[in-house]
Design a protein around this ligand. Structure first.
Ligand code: DGL
Length: 256
């Protein structure tokens, strides 16, 4: 079984990509709904929640864990790798590197949480790959909450996204990096409001491919193709929203 976790439903965007190429594994997905969002919380808090959830997923039998959250990857994955050396971890980081190869204007916009944009790991990523580019950080508070309410498309969402993004259009960015796993669920609405020259970068598909490589390297066997959910919040609500976002039949949901 492969474990996944996020502050809420965001990591389901990565699970969706994984299911497309790895449909025959069992998955345990943990959404930390009682503490969502993580993006405005201190690093220590994010590490503490990530550690607790990791222990739970390992106790359930996870053979590898996808930290399906940019905020937790940037702030906690190195601690998890040190504390749980026998478990392979796959992280999700904002796609700054691919954006640098695709940009023509040299201007790259990043939509990420506060805890991601202030994290050392993110700053290293920018220093390593994008020193000669303009990185435009766009504050995006409130978007995670909208996705958590199942609001991913329609007029209200497009208006909110326009308020956030349109003031930055004059900077001339031609790449928009989705630096939070909740945001791929907003990609349809984003496409409607952005000019066609702006390319949207979602790191979900490459993360799923990396998971496939780790599964091969560690010889993790296929099982029954089931998806089960755990949450610290309301299981009924979580089940409903996760079923809608994933669009597949979910085995069970439990509270932890
Ligand atoms: N989905 C998460 C991320 O990728 C966390 C969002 C939040 O809880 O603020 O950053």
């Amino acid at each position: 079984m492969i474990g996944f976790f996020d502050s809420g439903v965001g990591g389901l965007s990565i699970l969706k990509n994984a299911l497309e190429i790895l449909p025959n594994h069992d998955y345990a997905y943990f959404g930390d709904e009682a503490y969502c969002p993580w993006g405005e919380k201190p690093k220590e808090f994010i590490i503490e929640r990530s550690r607790l959830i990791t222990k739970k997923l390992i106790s359930l039998g996870a053979k590898a864990i996808v930290v399906a959250c940019n905020t937790a990857t940037v702030n906690a994955i190195s601690t998890l790798r040190t504390e749980f050396p026998n478990t392979p971890f796959i992280g999700v980081e904002p796609g700054v590197k691919p954006a640098t190869t695709l940009t023509e204007s040299g201007k790259i916009a990043v939509l990420a949480t506060k805890a991601t944009s202030l994290g050392d790991r993110f700053l290293q990523l920018v220093n390593l790959f994008a020193q000669d580019k303009d990185i435009i950080m766009i504050p995006s508070s409130g978007l995670v909450e909208l996705v958590e309410q199942g609001k991913c498309e329609g007029e209200e969402i497009e208006e909110r996204l326009s308020e956030i993004l349109l003031p930055y259009m004059k900077t001339g960015f031609d790449q928009l990096v989705l630096g939070c796993t909740h945001y791929p669920f907003l990609a349809g609405a984003l496409r409607k409001i952005l000019p066609s020259k702006v390319n949207i970068i979602d790191t979900g598909p490459p993360v799923a491919k990396q998971l496939a490589r780790i599964i091969m390297q560690n010889n993790i066997l296929e099982d029954n193709g089931k998806v089960n959910l755990w949450t610290s919040g309301d299981p009924g609500k979580f089940f409903e929203l996760a079923s809608k976002l994933l669009g597949i039949e979910i085995g069970k949901v439990e509270r932890f």
